[in-house]
Design a protein around this ligand. Sequence first.
Ligand code: SAM
Length: 277
Amino acid sequence: MIFFPDFKLFDYSKWSAMLEKRVGITVPKERESFLQTKIWSRMRELGVETFSEYWQIINNGITGNLEWSELLDRLTVHETSFFRHKPSYELVANDFSEVLSKNNKFHYKIWSVSCATGEEPYSLAMLLQTLKDGSDKENVYYGVTATDVSKPALSLGDNAYYSNDKKIEIDSEYRQHLTEVNDNIFTINKEIKERVAFGVFNLLKIHEMPNIKFDVIFCQNVLIYFSKERKIEILEGFKRFLKRGGMLILNPTDIGNWKSKNMTRITYKRTLAYKLD
Ligand SMILES: C[S@@+](CC[C@H](N)C(=O)[O-])C[C@H]1O[C@@H](n2cnc3c(N)ncnc32)[C@H](O)[C@@H]1O
């Protein structure tokens, strides 16, 4: 039997404030029904009849945290693809090629900030590996740190099994890094997988992140869900994790005209990117 909770008792302000406070995501009032139905569909699975009962469950210590992570996975958008915004990848390729041409030994580090199910960090790793293979440099290393707030999304990324329909997103020059599992599924080669490390990370906790310096911070299609104040706070927070001359690559739709001390805007095609002076 399906329970229909009393939707009139749904407290939009309370639920949306919790989401904002815990992960920074804002759900505008026009999207109240999205919030309501996502929460309700989870309640239905658990057989919970009222929103207030489910609120208690979510806020109940460690078991509440586990349930929160289930719900969060449903409330966040994991839409992604391989090489999603090509000009941004070209920027990385240009930078890495320049470093390759000038140095015999180096370690290039990229942070794929909200990597969803892994397509983004694997695209970056395939790109760097292909450029490295095309050079005569042996002492060149690279690594991609791939983080997201959603554990289920990260676990799909770590498993690295993708539907064959997605191959179309990957240009032929990079397909050498893929292996067919069966007629429907492919996976990413071990050599690439080994260069990508997945881990849980909440952007709101940026100040707690250990101090690693990256050549590139690749942060696309997540800030769009945050308030202007949160976006600025996070963008300012990223500066601490960039090497001098390192790039912050956003998606053009992520934020309007952000200006910040020591960050110089890079003008390249339709990208939104900055370099730390
Ligand atoms: C639309 S996907 C973008 C994926 C990829 N960056 C791309 O451009 O294709 C947004 C991702 O942001 C993640 N996300 C949402 N809030 C977050 C937070 N507070 N901290 C870290 N990641 C978050 C979601 O779990 C989701 O996987």
